[in-house]
Design a protein around this ligand. Sequence first.
Ligand code: URA
Length: 210
Amino acid sequence: MSQQIFVMNHPLVKHKISLLRDKSTGVKEFREMIGEITMLMCYEATRDLPLKEVEIETPVAIAKTQILSGRKMAVIPILRSGIGMADGVTALIPAAKIGHIGLYRDPETFKPVKYYSKLPRDINDRDVIVLDLMVATGETAVEAVNIIKQENPKSIKFMSIIASRTGAETLTCAHSDVPLYCAALDEEINEQGYIIPGMGDAGDRLFGTR
Ligand code: URA
């Protein structure tokens, strides 16, 4: 497996993923769980953020300590399910700008086609985290990264809650400089394009449109 695929191996994530997969989990709990898992994944995906030394005054002493060295970030959810993860990231990185990309699958070619893209104007000065609840075939993820790369961001990471092994490898082979962080990696995709066992239609479960 590519070294660029990181699967969360934390008991809290495993527990919450099990609840997400359960078809009896309702919309409210589903949304809350997506937010919580995203925060836990974001913690892992931002492990390499650079720090700088500062001196601050505590109520009792001077402390030499560290703060983030001012990296600018952008979060780009892929419409529509990626939106469910955006709050989880901005809870930890409140200054991040948010862009959006919308892609649909052409019914004849089955290729992803862009129908919407609004990215931060200064994205070339930012480290980007792309969000999608699921990476199934990986083609949408590859195309979203293609679109973002045209704007020359400093770096790109991809976060998804569940990826199929095929999708994860398709993304990280097409973009070997883009690490994928996922909470679970499933082995199969069925003929309808659903990840098996997966969690069903992620957008419908998130927005209650089932
Ligand atoms: N998108 C979904 O919503 N679910 C899947 O299983 C695959 C892609």
